[in-house]
Design a protein around this ligand. Sequence first.
Ligand code: ZN
Length: 189
Amino acid sequence: MRIIKGHTYEHRKGGLYVVIDDGLLESDGTEVVIYRAVSDQQVWVRPIVEFADGRFKEVTDDPWPRATLPDYDALNQRYVREDGAVTLSGRPPEKPDEPGAPAPIEPETGMHKDYWVLSKEELAKGFVRPVRTSYKHSGCGHITTMARTIAETYARNPKFYGMTFCVNCKEHLPVEEFYWTVDGKLVGS
Ligand SMILES: [Zn+2]
């Protein structure tokens, strides 16, 4: 079983966890996995041999390129759309005047090269929904975990996106086809 930082795993009793890192137990050098519960953000530690013994199963590859996650300080210095949106990557949009995403879809992944998100200032105004990072596609049953800023954008403005990405279907589909794994609520509501 592969254990990858940033990837999401489901426990056989339910519950989703994101692997943060690996480490060594100081007292005896046991290799451990450090991981965070998606539901309440509690951080847990357990030996790698336990983690890999079949009780966890990887539910998704995190499709969001980590290298492009925004530097929050940079968010205020970049192109800002009329409604306060900025780009996830921090790069200027390729097509600022077109609706939809700021960059085209990459055929290999089915994802846009970039996404609109709300700016740090807009997010600081407060969330009207909990920050939920994973949703399940009702069509195929697969779970997709989002970049943090996209999750926060949903929490600030649940109607910001009309379509969202399924990592299994490799396409953007109406938000009504997805529900949050934590509480079963419809995405976009
Ligand atoms: Zn799907």
